[in-house]
Write a protein that binds this ligand. Structure first.
Ligand code: CA
Length: 269
């Protein structure tokens, strides 16, 4: 796994990916707006517990989240992290699966066994598909695959803390389009949609931030892990396929082309 972090990263370079080197193609600033959030415990700050033994990643995550206005506590050890999670009021916990001491899945299992409803976002490595599914089965609210952008983590923390109010876990929905991350079922209204794994990943990225434009380069990087523009119409081909499956039969078209920029899902069809 590629896990080298670039040197000299700081919170002003938030488009860096966490868990590997490299930048986004155009360094696009994504939403910097302060979200008007209220933490579960009455104050208007969101408290995040991060359990990650790779210190560079932990430190980068801390800086990125603090820059977004979160209060962050970091632990590098599974047992200590679990102790913190069970003894202090956090709004959300973000933890790695592979940890010294208690591993991430055990922390999650132990929390759920004790009926502690702390929202959890798991950090997984590529290839840890079984662990990811087990995590969702055990009651994780979401997961993020390394390497990831700090903006993705911020967006998921916002989604998870909003959702803590009661939407079913592991389900993304935009209009009448829904995606179950656990069962991988996708539906438009009541109609099931069959997607290939790449199509699923592409749609998942679009659904995670409805209204936000994903550039072609961002799509290449996130769906195909290309750090370069392959110079083909790969993205266009997949968008066309998704349109056929998602939009062709529906009166409202959700997938929009933003000419010269990229693609997005309509936030409110
Ligand atoms: Ca680890």
């Amino acid at each position: 796994m590629r896990r080298a972090l670039p040197q000299g990263i700081d919170s002003t370079r938030r488009t860096r990916r966490v868990g590997r080197g490299g930048t986004t193609a155009n360094g696009a600033r994504q939403t910097r707006a302060r979200h008007n959030m209220v933490g579960r415990f009455g104050s208007n700050v969101v408290k995040v517990l991060v359990i990650e033994d790779e210190k560079k990643i932990a430190s980068f995550v801390r800086k990125g989240l603090e820059a977004e206005g979160f209060v962050v506590e970091v632990s590098h050890h599974g047992d200590e992290g679990y102790m913190l999670a069970t003894s202090r009021p956090y709004d959300v916990a973000v933890f790695d699966i592979m940890l010294p001491g208690r591993d991430g899945l055990s922390i999650l299992r132990n929390l759920r066994d004790r009926k502690i409803p702390l929202p959890v976002i798991l950090l997984t490595a590529r290839g840890e598909l079984n662990e990811r599914l087990e995590g969702l089965n055990l009651g994780a609210d979401d997961y993020l695959t390394k390497p990831f952008y700090i903006e993705e983590l911020v967006a998921r923390i916002h989604a998870v803390t909003r959702r803590a109010a009661g939407t079913p876990q592991g389900i993304l929905s935009v209009g009448d389009l829904s995606m179950n991350l656990l069962t991988r079922e996708v539906k438009r209204g009541e109609a099931a949609i069959e997607l290939t794994p790449r199509e699923f990943t592409l749609l998942e990225h679009l659904m995670r931030s409805p209204g936000r434009v994903l550039t072609r380069a961002q799509i290449c990087e996130r769906v195909w892990e290309y750090d370069f523009d392959p110079g083909t119409n790969l993205v266009e081909v997949y968008i066309q396929r998704l349109r056929k499956k998602v939009d062709a039969e529906a009166p409202v078209k959700l997938i929009e082309t933003v000419r010269g920029v990229g693609y997005r899902l309509k936030p409110r069809p």
